[in-house]
Design a protein around this ligand. Structure first.
Ligand code: FAD
Ligand code: NAI
Length: 467
């Protein structure tokens, strides 16, 4: 029987990064994965394929709308959806093979099959052939991720009523796409299909999009998306979807109840959140406690209530983000190797990869107000940034929130081109406990979009130059 220091269940960004870090630290490590390929939600049906389609569809739209203005005559771009999907699949394939390569390189053993915690120190792996293998280990890290949240009474068939997984593989562009939920999946994948030609209607339960993100940013972002043609029905809920006819008929009601309206669509995307995935792991039998929302309960060192069993990523509390899962993977591996693994939850960037992108790190203005923290705001619009102007990408702004007394940066929010890359500067500044003054006095290359970050930092002290 194989003996390990660590067995990781799940090979998503939490699990695979944890296994590699543990192996680097000299732990004899194995990973168990139930799917055919490594990489979890993120690489197979999440971050990577969605970004491939966002990238391709953004260029498709740009070719149709912006190239002519720059003197590039390419005619009306023609969509070959099958080829675009093949491009996406190739990107996924390269990434999942990359994880397999890294496992080999770091001498991480791999087992394909459903992993079950038989007891502390024992993992059973049930292969596709039905055979079960038992592995022994000092520690177990559960990184089983999350699954799509479902709407009661609405059956996701992944053809006409789809989750994000189905929305990444549609065989044809729906004439009309109904998106349920104005969260990050709804807006990203809604953007993909709108750019490729769908009419997109987004029904959201709350009276705003992207709950949790800075509300000023979201208000402006909603206006930008509306200008692009996306239609929003806020404070509304989808009660049922009738798929008996050739078109779907969704019954939509105001969130506070009222007259029911019917919205017809060809495809409906249900994107109302994700839930922790704990099925088949044998947690109840092993005595592993869950929290009130069905997530595995862990302490500050990712330890569950059962000695030797740990958990990380989407299956525990916190934002369901790949980089959060990865950092937890590193931290728990370091803890198991006797080091001081740690994640700073105050500095986890959050990015929506639409056009323009929305990116944030730290506290929103709403959160600071609610907590009664005194703060200064520095804002700078991309209309005043030379590079954005010449690129014809002037929508959006940078907003920096700094402590009124100490000037320490408490939050940075960007809606604008390449916001997802630019937010890294803010994260580094915050990780070092930096002040707005530190960003303002850091030399930023010209002409770059990042100068808008510097100007927003200058604006905290009311001394922006280009405004
Ligand atoms: P997962 O990636 O879900 O991996 C869990 C793995 O465990 C899976 O491979 C699963 O098969 C395996 N597993 C489960 N149970 C068992 C078992 N019993 N035995 C063996 N294996 C098991 N996040 C971002 O940060 N940026 C993005 O751009 C982004 N885009 C996304 C787009 C979409 C459409 C979706 C759905 C998600 C996106 N996310 C994004 C979220 C991101 O994918 C998750 O936060 C991340 O994958 C969580 O990592 P994880 O390792 O915890 O779990
Ligand atoms: P989400 O939590 O971001 O958004 C769900 C939205 O649906 C919310 O606005 C919510 O108010 C709304 N909603 C809930 N019930 C509803 C109902 N019955 N009717 C109408 N609206 C309803 O969840 P989403 O978009 O499904 O994404 C899941 C997770 O995946 C997110 O938590 C996110 O962390 C992760 N993800 C991250 C990405 C990124 O980092 N760029 C991209 C895609 C997903």
């Amino acid at each position: 029987m194989a003996q390990y220091d660590l067995i990781v269940i799940g090979s998503g960004p939490g699990g695979y990064v944890c296994a590699i870090r543990a192996a680097q630290l000299g732990l004899k490590t194995a990973v168990v994965e139930k799917d055919k390929t490594f990489g979890g939600t993120c690489l197979n049906v999440g971050c990577i394929p969605s970004k491939a389609l966002l990238h391709a569809s953004e260029l498709f739209e740009e070719a149709g709308h912006a190239f002519g203005k720059m003197g590039i005559g390419v005619g009306k771009p023609k969509l070959d959806l099958a080829a675009m999907m093949a491009f996406k699949d190739e990107g996924v394939d390269g990434n999942v093979k990359g994880v397999a390569f890294l496992f080999k390189k770091n001498k991480v053993d791999t087992y394909l099959g459903v992993g079950r915690v038989a007891a502390a120190g024992k993992v059973e792996v049930k292969g596709a052939d039905g055979k079960t293998l038992t592995l022994e280990t000092k520690n177990i890290v559960i990184a089983s991720g999350s699954d799509v949240a479902r709407l009661r009474g609405i059956d996701i068939d992944e053809k006409r009523i789809v989750s994000s997984t189905g929305a990444l593989t549609l065989a044809k562009v729906p004439q009309k796409l109904l998106v349920v939920g104005a969260g990050v999946i709804g807006l990203e994948l809604g953007s993909v299909w709108r750019r490729l030609g769908s009419e997109v209607v987004v029904v959201e339960f709350l009276d705003r999009i992207l709950p949790g993100m800075d509300s000023e940013v979201c208000r402006q972002f909603q206006r930008i998306l509306e200008k692009q043609g996306m239609i929003f029905k806020l404070a509304s809920k989808v009660m049922a979807i009738d798929k008996s006819g050739s078109r779907l008929k969704a019954s939509v009601e105001p969130a506070a109840s009222g007259a029911v309206e019917t919205i017809e669509a060809d495809v409906a995307l249900v994107a109302i959140g994700r839930v922790p995935f704990t099925e088949g792991l044998g947690l109840r039998e092993a005595g592993v406690a869950l929290d009130e929302r069905g997530r595995i309960a862990v302490d500050a060192h990712y330890a569950t209530n059962v000695r030797g069993i740990y958990a990380i990523g989407d299956v525990i509390a916190g934002p369901m983000l790949a980089h959060k899962a990865e950092d937890e993977g590193v931290a728990v591996a370091e803890v198991l190797a006797g080091q001081a693994g740690h994640v700073n939850y105050d500095v986890i960037p959050n990015v929506v990869y639409t056009y323009p992108e929305v990116a944030s790190v730290g506290k929103s203005e709403d959160e600071l107000k609610q907590a009664g923290v005194a703060y200064n705001v520095g804002k700078f619009p991309f209309t005043a940034n030379g590079r954005a102007k010449v690129n014809m990408q002037t929508e959006g702004f940078v907003k920096i929130l700094a402590d009124a007394k100490t000037d320490r940066v408490l939050g940075v929010h960007i809606v604008g081109p390449d916001a997802g890359n630019m937010i890294a500067e803010a994260a580094v500044a915050m990780e070092f406990g930096g002040a707005a003054e530190d960003i303002a006095r850091t030399c930023h290359a010209h002409p770059t979009l990042t100068e808008a970050v510097k100007e927003a930092a200058l604006a905290v002290g009311k001394r922006a130059i280009h405004m």
